[in-house]
Design a protein around this ligand. Structure first.
Ligand SMILES: [Zn+2]
Length: 118
């Protein structure tokens, strides 16, 4: 309570310390009501420092996200893919098939992976 009174005095408000210390003010609820009147308009939350443009952009980066309308279903497998792009699922499937084929050819000896050194 004393800290509050010191703050009140520091702000040079119209209320005096005598008014606050009158017997009617001793109850905490009435004191809080008076203090609420005093601090009205004084204790608004205000940022201490200006937030820079980079910080604002970093914080608001998700507000700029927009729903996409260039996502479509793959004709071959049905997975979602970007319009005009290869389907990721089909590409992985093709790569695994290609690796198996190359491995078969390497194992059978059709393709010589050893380098010929003279
Ligand atoms: Zn696909």
């Amino acid at each position: 309570m004393s800290v509050l009174l010191k703050n009140v005095l520091a702000l040079n408000c119209s209320y005096t310390i005598n008014k606050l210390l009158t017997p009617a003010v001793v109850t905490s609820s009435s004191l809080l009501e008076r203090l609420a009147d005093i601090w009205d308009g004084v204790l608004n939350a205000v940022p201490k420092k200006r937030r820079s443009l980079q910080q604002r952009h970093w914080r608001n980066k998700f507000k700029a996200l927009q729903p996409r309308n260039d996502i479509e279903d793959c004709v071959v497998c049905g997975h979602k893919k970007l319009q005009g792009h290869l389907c990721n699922n089909c590409f992985k499937w093709t790569m695994t098939l290609t690796e198996k084929l190359w491995q078969k050819k390497i194992d059978s000896g059709e393709i010589n992976t050893k380098r010929h050194v003279r």
